[in-house]
Design a binder for this molecule. Structure first.
Ligand SMILES: Nc1ncnc2c1ncn2[C@@H]1O[C@H](COP(=O)(O)OP(=O)(O)O)[C@@H](O)[C@H]1O
Ligand SMILES: [Mg+2]
Length: 321
């Protein structure tokens, strides 16, 4: 069983060691206005956790005692949210007398992508509301080749949509489809690192100047996706790897998938999109990564199961490959 609760989503997944996903249930906290409030989100998670858990068990057709191990996201994420999921995981593991496995959320986004595509050694663009990085496996760890120097790509697009009054993603992408004129945007790529805050400032200036929100949406989304595709291309050219994976909530963008697909083709590599359900935060990805870790003895003692809000993707040893 895998429990996800790093930010807005509480998820419970049940996966068999063969890789068959038996259940993937979740509930998402949606603030009435503005951004995510960590304590409110944690209260939301605590109040619906039992329902999500029961639904997952019913869907999977298993009873609690049949769960062989309990995995949970221990970081990175929002402290109060992480602690809610961790508390549930510890309680279950203790009651069942089963191993507890602390999973790195970023690693889990990648591992579920590998399971669903059959890829073995991809170059990965991980783009979400709180994370933006390009990574690939090298000597037992996902090494960070490039990342955002300020805000995450998803956060940039969400903040833009909210400021423009149309709402977070996918609204900016929908408005962009009706855009006609592309306005120039700051293109901040340094090596394989990116910076998005300048785009937000430029977008606000265009909106204040009376440029239609459809045109600004088009300009902002195209700029963000082009920057992401460029750093991914640099990573692909450097590593000479042949598989490309796009993971994280923003990877649901059809336009980003299209841009990445075209770029990858020119390198003779392969890109395979993953179903939307497994791109955003979910419990199945935690369960699956937990299985991989369990098979390599990477279990976590209760007293060492403290959450790590600032955990980085390269802190986890990938023993299973
Ligand atoms: N339909 C969509 N198309 C593109 N991007 C989306 C869509 N829905 C959500 N997103 C983006 O995904 C982000 C959430 O990513 P996710 O991986 O679920 O969470 P987190 O960033 O907390 O890890 C949102 O902030 C938003 O920018
Ligand atoms: Mg995520």
């Amino acid at each position: 069983m895998g429990i996800e609760s790093t930010a807005h989503t509480i998820g419970v997944g049940v996966v068999a060691s063969s890789g068959r996903i038996l259940a993937n249930e979740l509930e998402t906290y949606r603030p009435l206005r503005g951004g995510i409030h960590p304590r409110e989100a944690a209260q939301h998670h605590a109040s619906v956790a039992h329902q999500v858990l029961e639904r997952a068990l019913r869907k999977a057709g298993v009873t609690i005692p049949e769960i062989d191990a309990v995995a949970f996201s221990y970081g990175p994420g929002l402290g109060p949210c992480l602690r809610t999921g961790a508390t549930l995981a510890r309680a279950l593991a203790l009651r069942l007398g089963r191993p507890l496995i602390a999973v790195n959320h970023g690693v889990a986004h990648i591992e579920i992508g590998k399971l669903l595509t059959g890829f073995r050694d991809p170059v990965v663009l991980y783009v979400a509301g709180g994370n933006t990085l390009v990574t690939t496996l090298h000597e037992g760890r996902y090494r960070i080749l490039g990342e955002t120097l300020d805000i995450a790509a998803g956060n940039c697009l969400d903040a833009f949509g909210i400021a423009a009054g149309i709402g977070p993603m996918p609204a900016p992408e929908q408005y962009a489809r009706r855009g006609k004129n592309l306005h120039s945007m700051p293109f901040n790529v340094k090596g394989m690192d990116v910076s998005f805050s300048g785009i937000l400032t430029s977008a606000e200036r265009l909106l204040a100047g009376g440029v239609p929100v459809e045109d600004v949406s088009l300009s902002v989304t195209e700029a963000v996706y082009a920057m992401l595709t460029e750093v991914l291309e640099r990573a692909l050219a450097l590593t000479l790897k042949k598989e490309v994976l796009l993971v994280g909530g923003l990877a649901r963008s059809r336009r980003l998938q299209e841009m990445v697909g075209e770029m990858v083709k020119t390198h003779g590599a392969e890109f395979r999109p993953i179903p939307d359900e497994y791109l955003g935060d979910n419990g199945a990805m935690i369960a699956w990564t937990g299985i991989k870790m369990l098979q390599h003895g990477q279990v976590t003692a209760i007293e060492q199961s403290i959450v790590r809000p600032r955990l980085r993707i390269d802190e986890t040893e990938v023993a299973w490959q």
